[in-house]
Design a protein around this ligand. Structure first.
Ligand code: SF4
Length: 185
């Protein structure tokens, strides 16, 4: 593939997706069996030009921290399908940190945890939200009887500024100053 085509493709897909596609392309190219089986085909010219027909570009911000770096979200039929940096954003000016550059994975990643899990005999089992809330609530109340300081609230770099606000309020209501951010450990 010519450098010109690589440049165009990386611009259309976004750098991160382009690297993933390049890695996938390398793996597929190395497997002649897959290529000759007819299981894959070349994208049509229309698909390369416009992989998400009818999509809209929406200017938004990364919510992972209070900087609020600019993101251009591509949305197709109400679904966030692709992301690019907002080059003209006044704070981030076309840049992102490692968390923001892959914000779309917080909703699209196949590894995203979508329901509560409980480890039983060394294995993770899916449980209902009611069971999770009741079991965690009961254990917390049991701890609190001893002292509110028996609990430690540990925030996450993957929760938003607004979620962090509620998290801090919850620790205060609980009655402890044992609250910190996971980055500090
Ligand atoms: S991209 Fe990084 S620095 Fe910018 S808002 Fe998101 S988490 Fe904060």
């Amino acid at each position: 593939m010519s450098k010109d085509m690589l440049d165009k493709l990386s611009l259309r897909t976004g750098r991160r997706s382009f690297l993933k596609m390049a890695a996938l392309g390398g793996a597929v190219a190395g497997t002649s069996l897959v290529a000759s089986s007819g299981a894959v085909r070349d994208a049509t010219e229309e698909e390369v030009k416009d992989p998400f027909p009818g999509s809209k570009l929406v200017k938004t911000v990364c919510t992972t921290c209070s900087v609020g770096c600019g993101i251009i979200a591509e949305v197709q039929n109400g679904v966030w399908v692709r992301q690019e940096v907002a080059q003209d954003h006044p704070f981030s000016q076309g840049s992102h940190c490692a968390k923001g550059i892959d914000s779309i994975d917080t909703v699209k990643s196949a590894k995203r945890v979508k329901h509560p899990l409980k480890k039983v005999d060394g294995k993770w089992q899916r449980i209902s939200w009611d069971q999770a809330i009741n079991e965690i609530g009961d254990k917390m109340l049991e701890l609190r009887k001893e002292s509110p300081d028996t609990a430690m609230f540990l925030g996450s770099a993957k929760i938003s500024t607004e979620q962090s606000y509620y998290f801090r309020k919850f620790a205060a209501m609980w009655g402890t100053n044992n609250i910190d951010h996971q980055a500090r450990i």
